[in-house]
Write a protein that binds this ligand. Structure first.
Ligand SMILES: Cc1cc2nc3c(=O)[nH]c(=O)nc-3n(C[C@H](O)[C@H](O)[C@H](O)COP(=O)(O)OP(=O)(O)OC[C@H]3O[C@@H](n4cnc5c(N)ncnc54)[C@H](O)[C@@H]3O)c2cc1C
Length: 462
């Protein structure tokens, strides 16, 4: 059985970061990844631009049940350390209102920089297309059982060769599978079961978000088998579903609004930003930020509703006043025409419908309305400022950007080492930490990967 100082399960940003820290001073390190190439998920981040981190670092940008420990990890490897780390990888950055991207705004540059740094380390072996299926504690450390889909080749030269070979074989495999008219079950293709030993083990297997990118939550049973507890994982930073009848009419619309999330009628949080309407519900950054709370409430069987304010810069009284002056200035317009001059045209009939108007009433000229206009304008302005959207579900892991929940931090030391199983470390999204939108999840991956990697390296030095 081949033996290593440290084995890392998962070559996402947290695992690769940990591997680079571990592979110092001649330590033997093995990085195991089930996908055909390392760092695959980075390619889809930030819509292909990779929002690496954010200049604004506040505690509320990170969520989990142990905020103190989260803050400790983030300050042990903070924004300045992260920026220096990128620069040493040859990644220049660009700052857009605090949101940090690679200078060329190409996520591939970040993935490639990690990949070439990892492959250049003499004693850092990489095994791709290898799924870790079991881990066992021994007197000396750990035994890791894995299923590989290719034969192993280790070392620097071989790793690069392996990458090329792996890519060619994947293509060949895909062609063969295509010919057979089915998507191949990887486990059925050349699966070889092997075992490796190590002194320290880092679980960096991610959560379940981006399930098509290798993350199926397989790290949770591994953690459990070594004595850890898992806080129920749920999707976060995702779209919400509704069965409201007007969604088909609004589908495709993007508009600015402020949104309040109400659970059983009580405000839980509020956000402001762009809403993106779909035929099944609502999306956009503001919705993403609130989704972790909405999803938990839905799972608990509570009533979830959004209250949307389409003109958050104005009070209800000001909106009413504004509508009245539009009516006075343009009496030849219908209510729908008047409202379409202020808000997106798709939204106008939906708001008027919610205010109780029938289709024919929306289209008669304002001058034909008599005393009732005041009441109607009051109703319309109330709906504009408090548009209710009942939430009935959410979009799952296939589209979610991150997983909330995971391995509880209360069972770990400040440097992310297990308190019940010394020598076992955790990094990244497998932990009970989820960041808000804006580069915070990758920042967590880099900070926790660095803290766990450095601690594992120090432990092996003893
Ligand atoms: C569409 C999308 C866009 C995003 N955009 C951003 C963004 O712009 N900014 C930001 O901060 N965050 C973003 N995120 C979130 C961010 O990508 C993740 O939080 C981050 O990648 C987590 O890093 P990780 O290393 O912990 O896990 P992952 O990146 O999920 O990597 C875990 C790795 O472990 C491997 N693995 C899992 N189980 C096993 C096993 N048993 N054996 C071997 N290998 C295994 C997986 O294949 C995977 O490669 C986005 C996520 C998605 C899905």
């Amino acid at each position: 059985m081949r033996s290593y100082d440290t084995i890392i399960v998962g070559a996402g940003p947290s695992g690769m970061t940990a591997a680079l820290w571990c592979a110092r001073g001649g330590q033997r390190v093995l990085l195991m990844e089930r996908c055909e190439r390392i760092g695959k998920k980075i390619l889809v981040t930030g819509n292909g631009r990779c929002n690496l981190t954010n200049r604004r670092q506040e505690p509320e940008c990170y969520r989990g049940e142990d905020p103190e420990k989260i803050a400790g990890v983030l300050s042990a490897f903070d924004l300045a350390d992260t920026m220096e780390f990128f620069h040493r990888l040859g990644i220049l950055t660009r700052d857009k209102d605090g949101y940090v991207y690679p200078y060329n705004e190409q996520a591939a540059a970040v993935r490639d920089a990690f990949e070439s740094a990892v492959l250049s380390r003499e004693r850092l072996d990489v095994l791709t297309e290898t799924s870790v299926t079991a881990v066992r504690k021994t007197a000396e450390g750990f035994v890791v059982t894995a299923e590989s889909f290719l034969t192993e080749k280790a070392g620097r030269k071989e790793a690069a060769e392996r990458r090329r070979e792996s890519m060619t074989r994947t293509k060949k495999k895909q062609t063969a599978e295509k010919r057979q008219g089915k998507k191949g079950d990887r486990q059925a293709v050349n699966a070889v079961r092997r075992q490796f030993a190590c002194r320290s083990l880092i679980l960096a297997s991610g959560g379940m978000a981006g399930i098509h990118l290798g993350c199926d939550g397989s790290g949770y049973p591994l953690a459990k088998s070594l004595g850890h507890h898992i806080i129920k994982p749920l999707p976060a930073l995702t779209a919400l579903k509704s069965s409201a009848p007007f969604l088909k009419k609004l589908s495709g619309l993007r508009n600015q609004a402020s949104a309040v999330l109400l659970v059983d009628g009580r405000e839980v949080c509020r956000e402001r930003g762009e809403l993106q309407w779909t035929d099944y519900g609502i999306s956009g950054v503001a919705v993403f930020q609130m989704s972790r709370f909405a999803i938990l409430a839905l799972e608990e069987g509570r009533t979830v509703q959004l209250s949307l304010d389409f003109m958050p810069e104005y009070s209800a009284g000001e909106v009413e006043e504004l509508l009245r002056s539009c009516c006075d200035d343009c009496p030849y317009k219908s209510l729908q025409e008047m409202l379409s001059g202020i808000l997106p045209a798709k939204l106008a009939p939906v708001i008027l419908r919610e205010a109780g108007l029938e289709a024919d009433q929306m289209n008669i000229p304002l001058k034909q309305w008599r005393t009732e206009t005041n009441d109607i304008l009051r109703k319309i302005s109330a709906i504009i400022g408090n548009f209710p959207l009942r939430i009935s579900g959410y979009v799952g892991y296939e589209k979610a950007q991150v997983t909330r929940g995971g391995v509880t931090l209360s069972e770990l030391s400040g440097n992310l080492e297990s308190l019940c199983c010394p020598g076992l470390f955790f990094a990244g999204e497998v932990l009970d930490v989820d960041g808000t939108c804006g580069g915070y999840n990758l920042q967590w991956a880099f900070s926790s990967g660095s803290v766990a990697g450095q601690a594992a390296w120090r432990r092996n030095q003893k």
